[in-house]
Design a protein. Structure first.
Lengths: 80, 678
């Protein structure tokens, strides 16, 4: 199952965990656990929004708080 | 806890006595391991460091049924592979010290994450007990687990528990006694590995047989070699004769995909365990999310829904916000202007001008669109909180993907919808320097909140009932310009390279009024602070330039400057006032409104919006909005571009490029509109 997930990631494009779960016949929670595993193993990296650069933006406080709570992203490291 | 308590005696360092049954507590970080350890040992614990490491070691003792047990709290680990000092410590302790029981604590609310360590521990010979902690959290999240079924599936004892409330301790004590008395049968069901790797594993086992140093089990070492564990590989390289190591090394090289295959087998095992033991995994919420996502995340319908929602945001803004804005403009700002003019009738001309035209005219005009901003913030806050914004990102990516813009440059660009600054910072994920710099070049084309707010103010003033369609068109124009630039970027720099992004979208849920209220409050306060500082300063500078050197506007520095740049403005249908308003939007986009407030003023009879409507033609108004959407970014964004590129050359190139794009688009739109008779 993890191998299939890596295959999907290597194919590129934007993937969404719930759709991936349906395609791989797993629960979204299991896909999330596998993504965290791949992150620890160095296959992918968590996307971190550089909120420290928002000085001067009128909505910086709320924006950074909101963004982190809404969406979690991983980025493939294979092409880096 | 009746018969399961810490020893009351010593409080100092605990020295685990020989023959005292030893329990090791294992688990991932944040699963409640320390809570259980403290609950069991009370004050009878000792904290130090693991030998030669800076990792904390905690050990203690407790009594069950009159028998004293030693307990060691192992560092939090995700697996038994040597990825970190914590993982090395945990596995070395289990393998070398051979505790009587390993208690693996898992988070009942997140079994999929917690069971990986169990999948490794269960393969060792040490008796294992699984503690299903945080049962209360799981229940709260609608996850129903059947511990008996999980126990049957795993083949090891399972104890449901909520350590924070000491719930489940009786079962814990019973199992501890049964395990130490040898009354529990330990028949674990192990994860499997793929058949082709099974034969490789057997071959490795054959080569290493008799050479594995104690206390490591041969099976486990063979598996860790296949997994590419650095510590075990180094150990076996020293332990094996050269020819044996070469044979093992060749096998490992041929099967470098085994790492994934073994982990994959463990996740399949976890999937089976969870399917067996978890009864209702958040069914209601998931099915609602799936049903809604059939439309909201659909490549085509999702786009229509997104366009509809954007339209709704503007409609709400124009229907609710614009009338309030108009009232504030004519009654409050206009009224204040009138009152201040009367009160300052005998004051020096400069003081009257400073207060009436500079402060009230400039900042007042910006403050009147606070209702518009509040509606913006509230609707976007609502969409964020109910989980829709992630879907918006997903369907937008589909479009960008179709146009050839995807992968690494997408995410930084997406962040720009809130503010261009994090968008520029977000390009740090792009390793290639040229690709990163070119993404920075196009990032300011993403319409940020401040630009959209300026459009929300000006569009109804200029276009009345057609404002909604004009606003839509302006956003579409920005995105089209972005996509065209991005496509060019993709073809020339990225050369079609694809990289993956995986988005974890939240479940839809009922929005929380308090969260949204807080968000609106924070953003509004932030906006007001800016109006009282940066925008006020800019309004005062514009006012000062409009009265210096002798108080006559026609001879002022501002008019001289305006007339000097007016020829460029004429290409786009602007007079000097619109041109100056555009230029002053560089420190902050809202300044365009403040400058208009200073230059056009406001009175109880005629508000700023009405003045603008009667002053400019449709062609000039449309051109101004187009240029505003595509114009050079604000000063904060330019500063970040300089910081991130570390080059004034690139920064100026970016400013020049956007200047050319915006002026060309403005001039094109203006002349087209004039040709069409607007």
């Amino acid at each position: 199952m993890l191998e299939l997930l890596v295959k999907e990631i290597r194919a590129g494009g934007t993937l969404e965990t719930r759709r991936l779960a349906a395609r791989l016949g797993a629960s979204p929670e299991l896909i999330e656990a596998m993504l965290e595993h791949l992150q620890r193993s160095g296959y992918i990296q968590a996307y971190v929004n550089c909120v420290d650069g928002c000085k001067g933006c009128s909505v910086r406080d709320a924006c950074s708080k909101g963004a982190q709570g809404v969406i979690r992203l991983w980025q493939s490291k294979s092409e880096n | 806890m009746s018969d399961c308590h810490s020893t009351a005696a010593a409080v100092g360092p605990v020295i685990l006595r020989e023959r005292m049954p030893l329990i090791a507590l294992a688990g991932q970080p944040n699963v409640g391991k320390s809570t259980l350890f403290n609950l069991l040992t009370g004050l009878n614990q000792h904290v130090g460091n693991w030998p030669g490491k800076t990792v904390e070691r905690r050990e203690g003792s407790f009594v069950v049924g009159g028998r004293e047990y030693g307990i060691v709290d192992l560092p939090g680990t995700y697996s038994l592979t040597a990825n970190s000092p914590e993982e090395v410590i945990a596995r070395e302790f289990v393998l070398r010290e051979q505790p009587d029981v390993v208690m693996a604590i898992v988070n009942a609310a997140s079994l999929e994450r917690s069971l990986y360590l169990v999948a490794e521990l269960i393969s060792l010979s040490t008796p294992l007990v699984v503690i299903l902690n945080m049962m209360d959290v799981a229940e709260g999240e609608g996850i129903r687990i059947e511990p008996d079924v999980l126990e049957a599936a795993l083949g090891v004892p399972v104890i449901p528990m909520t350590a924070t409330r000491a719930a489940g301790m009786q079962d814990f004590c019973r199992v501890v006694q049964e395990m130490s008395d040898g009354e529990r049968v330990f028949t674990p069901r192990l994860p499997e590995i793929r058949a082709d790797h099974r034969s490789t594993l057997d071959e490795i086992l054959h080569h290493i047989a008799g050479y594995v140093p104690t206390p490591y089990p041969e099976n486990w070492v063979a598996l860790k070699l296949l997994e590419g564990d650095t510590e075990i590989t180094r150990t076996m390289q020293s332990a094996l004769p050269a020819e044996k190591w070469e044979a093992v090394y060749n096998l490992l090289r041929q099967h470098d995909d085994a790492l994934l295959a073994i982990a994959s087998g463990r996740y399949e095992w976890i999937g089976r365990m969870v399917r067996a033991a978890v009864v209702q995994p958040k069914i209601g919420q998931i099915s609602l999310t799936e049903q809604l996502d059939r439309w909201a995340a659909h490549p085509l319908w999702g786009l229509f829904i997104l366009a509809g929602i954007l339209g709704l945001v503007f409609w709400l803004t124009f229907t609710l916000g614009s009338p309030i804005q108009g009232w504030l403009d004519s009654q409050v700002v206009g009224g204040l202007s009138g009152l201040a003019s009367q009160a300052l009738i005998d004051a020096p001309f400069w003081l009257k001008g400073l207060i009436v035209d500079g402060v009230i005219g400039g900042v007042g005009a910006v403050l009147t669109f606070l209702p518009i901003m509040i509606i913006f913030f509230a609707v976007f806050g609502l969409l964020e909180d109910m989980g829709y914004m992630a879907r918006a990102a997903f369907v937008m990516d589909n479009v960008m993907h179709l146009m050839g813009l995807h992968g690494k440059s997408f995410l930084p660009l997406f962040l720009g919808f809130g503010c261009n600054v994090p968008s520029i910072m977000g390009t740090r994920v792009i390793d290639s320097k040229p690709a990163r710099f070119l993404t920075i070049l196009v990032a300011p084309l993403v319409p940020c909140t401040a630009r959209m707010a300026v459009v929300a103010f000006l569009a109804p003033a200029f276009f009345g009932s057609k404002a909604l369609f004009v606003s839509w068109g302006l956003i579409l124009l920005s995105l089209m310009t972005l996509v065209l630039s991005g496509s060019l970027l993709n073809k020339t720099i990225f050369k079609g390279q694809r990289s993956a992004f995986i988005m974890e979208m939240p479940l839809y849920h009922v929005p929380n009024g308090r969260t949204i209220g807080l968000l609106v409050w924070q953003r509004s306060v932030s906006f007001l602070k800016r109006a009282g500082t940066n925008i006020l300063a800019m309004a005062l500078v514009v006012w000062a330039l409009s009265v210096l050197p002798n108080g006559d506007l026609d001879q002022s520095y501002l008019v001289q400057f305006g007339k000097w740049v007016e020829p460029v403005g004429r290409w786009m249908g602007f007079d000097w006032r619109l041109t100056v308003s555009l230029i002053t939007s560089f420190p902050a986009k809202e300044n365009a409104i403040a400058t208009m407030g200073v230059l056009f003023g406001s009175s109880p009879e005629v508000g700023l919006a009405q003045t603008l409507t009667s002053t400019f033609s449709t062609a000039s108004a449309l051109s101004f909005l187009v240029v505003t959407m595509l114009f050079i970014p604000c000063m904060a964004t330019v500063a970040v571009i300089r910081q991130e590129t570390n080059s004034w050359g690139w920064t100026l190139l970016n400013v020049a490029m956007l200047l050319v794009i915006s002026v060309a688009a403005g001039a094109g739109v203006y002349h087209l509109a004039v040709a069409l008779g607007f």
